[in-house]
Each structure stands twice: as structure tokens, then as C-alpha cells.
Design a protein around this ligand. Structure first.
Ligand code: PMP
Length: 437
């Protein structure tokens, strides 16, 4: 810490008031004070490129969202025990983006709460308890969802009724001797469906009834595995055959992120039983949702009251509505598709000159870039972290994900432009060159 400027050192020291569970990004922490679009500024006025934050989905401080929330905040903010147009208009509007069988929606403040509720709804409907997640999944910080979040690490107790299936790692998993990325959707899906069968068989051996598979269709914390499109259909078929329900955690792939569809499950061509989302919904106001088929919601809703003090309040609903309006008016889906394709091709273009880039995957503005030991598929976390730190010194913010922490996670606001791609690529090339030396 000796090289930190005095203000950074002081703020870092003051953070001890928050306790030790919080983790800061970067060896030299970033102190941000302003954001616009996909750009951020620190306290010294230095401009950064944001290649990480999906919460500011329509761009930092989008004027229409700021205007909608401040207008409603100056009018009224209460809770869902009274009638209000905002929640009803938004509920109808957001359900109109989903397949018809999903016809109920409830609001919370965080993705954790949404998943927590979805699991309870699934358990009430099936009469089972067992939940399946992938090996590096993150689904939340509540007592229930943290036990469904193996990404939190081994210090975290996992639930006795939870079972893990492997990450659908198309880069490292082979099916019948064929690398996952070369498999067709049916073959790769059958492999994953068999893992679900194994997990449910193990539950049953332990007297646990299967309730749900909880999955993020882009497998973001697992390391970004969007393809082959269609591989989740055989998996959802097996979930249903074995009496469970599919909870689509759309916190990461939803809200036009993938460029191919509004929802990640829609891109995969499946219709889930329950849907959760949060992060990108209201551009930073704590707002989340759980959508359901009415017949699946009924056993829970018909017997257990639900109250969420802040969830669905008029200010959050005004912000969420503004986000949805902006997504339509500014065609964030089209931008994700167009700029995402340019971005992915540009990163792929560095593979030949930089053999530490082992694989580049992605859909729309969600790209995973594997950093490996050259000539192998062996993960190289140390180099990935060096890249991250050097990018930060070059004023580009991003992160890593995956089991080995070696996959660069490139996930900017949905308004990321081709100029932003150029900025990233120039910083990324400089970074890789400097580390090659
Ligand atoms: N699900 C997924 C896939 C997530 O990425 C996250 C947050 N990183 C959550 C759930 C939990 O959301 P929150 O932090 O809003 O509780």
C-alpha cells in the first residue's frame, strides 16, 4: 500500500468500518465519482472504460431513468399494500416480453431474494426439497441461496439437499471423444441431461425429493457457456420427466444482454417454469422479479402471504419502466448483437499473435476470454489477474470468472459502442504486449 496516494490510503483504511467480508477490486482500488453511458470517472477526473457493469444496463445515469425515478420520488413512494399504477403497468409490460405460460410476476429488491422465493415456490409446488445447480454457480447471499452458490468457495457450507452438476464447459468437456464446442446441441445437451439424472438419483438414494434445477442460461460465474444454442432443451425435458421445475436465473443473460433475444432462456429456445432477474432491471435501483406460471405459483401463493417492504415500490417501478422503454426505443438488443459481434471477432483476432488466449466465447455483449498456458487448455489465473491489473492501469475495468479464475469477463453496459470496442482493443493489445515481454 506504500505507493497509494494519501486519499486512496485513507479511504481504504476507513473501510474497516464495513468489516472484513467485503472485497475491493484491484491492488490499487478505484474511487469512482461519476458515470455516463459506458464511461466512468474517478475522483481525480480520470476517465475509465466500463467493460464490467451490467447493472447500469442502459448506461450509467441514463437521463430518462434519472428523470423517471426523481419525478416519482418527488410524488410518492410507498409499498404494495396500496394500489398503484406503476407496479401493474410494469407487471403487464414485463410479462408481455415472456412466453404466454409465464403469467404472474412478483417483485423484490435483489436477485438473491428472487431466487430465494423461486426455490420456495418450486418446493411448495413439487413437495420436494432438492435443488440442482452447476459447479461454479452463484445465485445469491441469503441463507437459502448461499447454499446454492458453490462459487462462494469451500468455506461456505452447501445445503444437504443441493446437488451440483458439472459446468457445461464446452472448452474442456468432451463427449464421446468430441470436444464440447464441436458437439451439436442434442449431443451436448444429452451429456448435461445425464448429469441431471445422476444428481436426482443421488438425491433419491438419500431420501430427498427433487424440486428444481436453478440455472443461469449463460452460465456466467461458471465461465460463460452460451453455445451450442439449443443444448438446454434436452436438459429441461429431463427435469420435467423427473418431476422438477426449471428456474431460469436471468440476472445475467436477461434484458437483451445476449443480443439474440430479450431473455437468455428464449435464446436457448426453452420455456422455463419460473424466471428470476434483478441486476439490469432498474439501472441501479434495487429491483428484482420472480415470474411464474400461475399453476406453479398457486400452492405457494394460495397458502403463504408474501410481503416485501421495498419490492415493487412506485419509484423502483418507475425506474424499471424507464429502463424497459429505453431498451425498446434505443434497441439495446440490436446494439448487443451488432457491437457484441464486432467485439468478439476483435478479441478472437488476437488469438494467433497471443497464444495465451485459448478460447473466446460469448453472446452479444457478454464475452468470456480464456487465458491459458500457451499451447494447452491449462488455465492461467496468474496471467489473467496480471491482465486485469494492467488493464486497470490503462483505465479499463473488467473482471474474471470461472472455476480457475482465468476467464476474462467482458460484460459492459448495453450501450457499449464500436468506439468503446476500439478503446478496449487498444488497451488489451498494449496489455498483452507488455506481459509478453
Ligand atoms: N444470480 C446470479 C446469476 C447473479 O449473478 C447474482 C449476482 N451476482 C445473483 C443471482 C444475486 O443477485 P443479488 O446480488 O442482487 O442478490
Amino acid at each position: 500500500g506504500g505507493r497509494l496516494d494519501p486519499r486512496t490510503r485513507e479511504l481504504t483504511r476507513e473501510r474497516s468500518v464495513l468489516g472484513d467480508a467485503y472485497r475491493l477490486f484491484y491492488r490499487t482500488p478505484v474511487h469512482l465519482v461519476k458515470g455516463r453511458g459506458s464511461h466512468l470517472w474517478d475522483a481525480d477526473g480520470v476517465e475509465y472504460l466500463d467493460v464490467y457493469n451490467n447493472v447500469a444496463s442502459v448506461g450509467h445515469c441514463h437521463p430518462r431513468v434519472v428523470e423517471a425515478m426523481t419525478r416519482q420520488a418527488s410524488e410518492l413512494n410507498t409499498h404494495t399494500r396500496y394500489l398503484h399504477e406503476n407496479i401493474l403497468h410494469y407487471a403487464e409490460d414485463i410479462l408481455s416480453t415472456m412466453p404466454d405460460p409465464l403469467d404472474r410476476v412478483m417483485f423484490q429488491c435483489t436477485g438473491s431474494e428472487a431466487n430465494d422465493l423461486a426455490v420456495r415456490v418450486a418446493q411448495a409446488y413439487t413437495g420436494g426439497e432438492g435443488v440442482i445447480v452447476t459447479h461454479e454457480a452463484y445465485h445469491g447471499n441469503s441463507a437459502l441461496t448461499s447454499k446454492l452458490s458453490p462459487a462462494l468457495g469451500t468455506a461456505q457450507d452447501l445445503g444437504l439437499t443441493m446437488r451440483m452438476i458439472p459446468t457445461p464447459d464446452t472448452y474442456r468437456v468432451s463427449v464421446d471423444g468430441i470436444r464440447g464446442s464441436q458437439c451439436d446441441a442434442a449431443t451436448f445437451g444429452a451429456w448435461m441431461a445425464d448429469r441431471v439424472r445422476d444428481a436426482v438419483a443421488d438425491m433419491n438414494r438419500h431420501g430427498i425429493k427433487f424440486a428444481a434445477l436453478l440455472a443461469d442460461s449463460i452460465f456466467s460465474s461458471d465461465g460463460v457457456y452460451p453455445d451450442p444454442v439449443g443444448y438446454l432443451q434436452p436438459v429441461i425435458d429431463v427435469v420435467h420427466e423427473l418431476g422438477g421445475v426449471w428456474i431460469a436465473d436471468e440476472v445475467q443473460p436477461g434484458f437483451t444482454r445476449t443480443g439474440d433475444a430479450f431473455w437468455g432462456f428464449e435464446r436457448q429456445g426453452i420455456v422455463p417454469d419460473l424466471v428470476t432477474s434483478g441486476k439490469p432491471m432498474a439501472n441501479g435501483l434495487p429491483t428484482s422479479l420472480m415470474a411464474a406460471r400461475h399453476e406453479i405459483l398457486e400452492p405457494f401463493a394460495g397458502s403463504i402471504p408474501y410481503f416485501n417492504t421495498f419490492g415493487g415500490n412506485p419509484v423502483c417501478m418507475a425506474a424499471a419502466q424507464a429502463v424497459l422503454d429505453v431498451m425498446r426505443d434505443e434497441d439495446t438488443m440490436g446494439n448487443s448483437k451488432k457491437v457484441g459481434a464486432v467485439f468478439k471477432a476483435a478479441v478472437e483476432g488476437l488469438k494467433d499473435s497471443h497464444p495465451c488466449i485459448g478460447d473466446v466465447r460469448g453472446a452479444g455483449l457478454y464475452i468470456g476470454c480464456e487465458i491459458v498456458k500457451p499451447g494447452t487448455t491449462d488455465p492461467d489465473q496468474a496471467s489473467a489477474l496480471d491482465i486485469l491489473e494492467t488493464l486497470r492501469q490503462n483505465h479499463v475495468l473488467t473482471s474474471v470468472c470461472g472455476r480457475y479464475g482465468n476467464i476474462l469477463k467482458l460484460r459492459p453496459p448495453l450501450v457499449f459502442s464500436e468506439d468503446d470496442v476500439d478503446w478496449f482493443m487498444s488497451a488489451f493489445s498494449t496489455t498483452l504486449d507488455s506481459l509478453d515481454k
